[in-house]
Design a protein. Sequence first.
Length: 393
Amino acid sequence: MSDSTNSEKTPATPLFKQAQFRKLVLILILSIFVILFIAWIYNHNRESTDDAFIEANVVQISPHINGYILQVKVNDNQWVNQGDLLAEIDPRDFQVQVDQAQANLDAAIARHGASIHDVTLTEETTTAIISQAKNNFLSAKALAEQAQSLVTAAEAQSQLAAADLIRYQALYDKDEISKQRLDKVTANKIAAKANLEAQKRAYLSAKAAVEVALAKLNEAQTAPKQVAVKKDQAKGGQASVEEAQANLKAAQLNLSYTKLIAPVSGHVVRKNLSIGQLVAPGNAVMGIVYDAPWVIANFKETQLTKMHPGEKVIIKVDAFPSHDFHGHIDSIQNGTGSRFSLLPPENATGNYVKIVQRVPVKIVFDEPINSLSHLAPGMSVTPTVYLDDNTRL
């Protein structure tokens, strides 16, 4: 019995009370603290986000005119230089418009030249007519004055002849003169009266001629108004010429629009163009990606405390994971992305739930532009910003 009692085993020590286990736990805890400390040391002055993408300048190529595509000179993703021909719209209709506008301009110039010549001729004719009318008026006035003086002389001669007749009649009645002498005096009196009547008629005729000459002079003096009218017509002709010139320029401009020319150097993207296709203004037929790309990184607002322009950035592009690109912060948008979205949130209504907002940060590459040609807009990137000690104001 005693042997069996002594043979009973002592109870085993629990695992958590074993010294070796405690050492392992302690080592594990210390390792975790060391790892966390190293991670904090590594990341406390860095901010990173995976909500970031490559952006680039893209110019949309749109026609200015309606027309059918005659030829296409480029392919998707092709490199083009500024000034290269991308495509051509059928120019025949627009060439006809240019020819018509040129013909209208030639006709307007011809009409304007004729009006200018008409003004010159009218001015010269007007000067001659006025001069001749003045001379005619002065001549008629002089003749009228001469006729009036002749009337005065005829009146005196008639009065003298009448007085002589009275005197000779008295002498005849006394038989102091002969009948023949009295008849002669009587004939002189009749002739003098007839001459007076003739001179009066001549004077009236001369006076009428003066009135006619004066009327013609007044009419001639209105000729400058006709010159002014001709000059106004010439100005209207000049305006017609300028209008025709403007129409010609517009037609020539539309003709030039039949050639789609590359405004910048870059890669062709999203080409939506084929021969025979009808295009219209405002509809983009292709785009050109040009100049150096950049990164738009949407950081949380809580990550911006020490972030400011100029800080160094390491950029990893998902498409090229083995290569690190270098850059720096160019600018930070003065507003969150949601605030400038198509439908901004309205927090003044309903139940409000606070959500950490993201702010777009523009990051530019430090590499030469020729080493960034393989970076396309929309590629996903992960930028890591190395924060300075200075807090952003």
